[in-house]
Design a protein around this ligand. Structure first.
Ligand code: SAM
Ligand code: DTB
Ligand code: SF4
Length: 301
């Protein structure tokens, strides 16, 4: 909380000092995102377009065939992404589906891309099977602190999320875990989430900070946007508390100006999702990103 309350200029300066000890400040990592299984999810996460319980425009689809996933991965590689993240709208993967996904991991890796999956809660043994397939990262966000979590999700608990992160760590897979801001949480909730990551025996290698994309028809569909400067402060506090993690400026970039994104990079964000789409919503356009990277002399890695 003391970091959040610092004068803005001092906070950004401190974040820059920390950032430059651990990273090249002119490099940004780029991951592409692809939905391999969209919609129809049993869970009730209030922010999400893919819950079967919310009346959104997203239609339920089956698991995508391998060829379609590989075509998307090849395109992401050609466009310049270094990691390919595959997301599924599941509470938890079935063993049969896990085998199909493991095959996707093997084939995407063979293209020379890093692999990441986000499939929901993992059961005993599933993380090990993904590790055997060569998975580099597993994304599983805590999303907000333990206190606010029940106001957002009732069908699983914050402890369920932590148990999956433990399994991923134990299997030797790198962790991507972050949160969403702008869901009506307090600054204390935001600080609590970041402190929780910082206090882990080994913090996540990658920490996505998502700005809520308000989805029409979802329970958070009418929420007003969080103040942009509070968002930038959140990035800076994340950078200071998690000095050697990649901090990803994630969902919500499509509604941020170039100048706002630049403030986020100054505050220590050093990773983005690159490509036309996130999972079910639009991302910032690659052409726009290329222009911004050029103007700022940023090198994509
Ligand atoms: N079903 C899996 C799960 O819940 O872990 C994987 C997919 S889920 C869509 C992955 C993450 O996307 C969520 O944890 C949340 O952080 C983010 N997300 C989903 N909808 C969002 C929205 N409308 N705005 C911002 N972030 C969102
Ligand atoms: C993460 O933290 N953000 C990504 C990824 N991990 C899976 C998802 C953002 C989803 C935004 C809303 C949508 O496109 O459905
Ligand atoms: Fe399902 Fe994941 Fe969306 Fe929650 S966030 S409703 S678990 S897809």
């Amino acid at each position: 909380m003391a970091l959040y309350e610092m004068p803005f200029m001092d906070l950004i300066w401190k974040a820059q000092l920390v950032h430059r000890i651990h990273f090249d400040a002119n490099q940004i990592q780029r991951s592409a995102l692809f939905s391999i299984k969209t919609g129809g999810c049993s869970e009730d996460c209030k922010y999400c377009s893919q819950s079967a319980r919310h009346d959104t425009t997203v239609e339920r689809e089956p698991l995508k065939p391998l060829a379609e996933v590989l075509a998307a991965a090849r395109q992401a590689k050609t466009q310049g992404a270094s990691r390919f993240c595959m997301g599924a709208a599941w509470r938890s993967p079935k063993d049969k589906d896990l085998e199909a996904v493991a095959e996707m991991v093997r084939e995407v890796k063979a293209l020379g891309l890093e692999t990441c999956l986000t499939l929901g809660i993992l059961k005993d043994g599933q993380a090990e099977r993904l590790k055997e397939a060569g998975l580099d990262f597993y994304n599983h966000n805590l999303d907000t602190d333990a206190e606010f979590y029940p106001a957002i999700v009732s069908t699983h608990t914050h402890d369920d999320r932590l148990a999956t992160l433990d399994q991923v760590r134990a299997a030797g897979i790198k962790i991507c875990s972050g949160g969403i801001v702008g869901m009506g949480e307090t600054r204390r909730n935001r600080a609590g989430l970041l402190v929780q990551f910082a206090n882990m025996p080994k913090p996540p290698e990658s920490v996505p900070i998502n700005h809520l994309v308000a989805i029409p028809g979802s329970p958070l569909g009418d929420l007003p946007s969080l103040d942009h400067f509070e968002f930038v402060r959140t990035i800076a506090v994340a950078r200071i508390l998690l000095p050697s993690s990649h901090i990803r400026l994630s969902a919500g970039r499509q509604s941020m100006s170039d100048e706002m994104q630049t403030l986020c990079f100054l505050a220590g964000a050093n990773s983005v999702f690159y490509g036309d789409n996130l999972l079910t919503t639009d991302n910032a356009k690659p052409d726009q990103d290329d222009g911004l990277f050029q103007k700022l002399d940023l090198k994509a890695v």
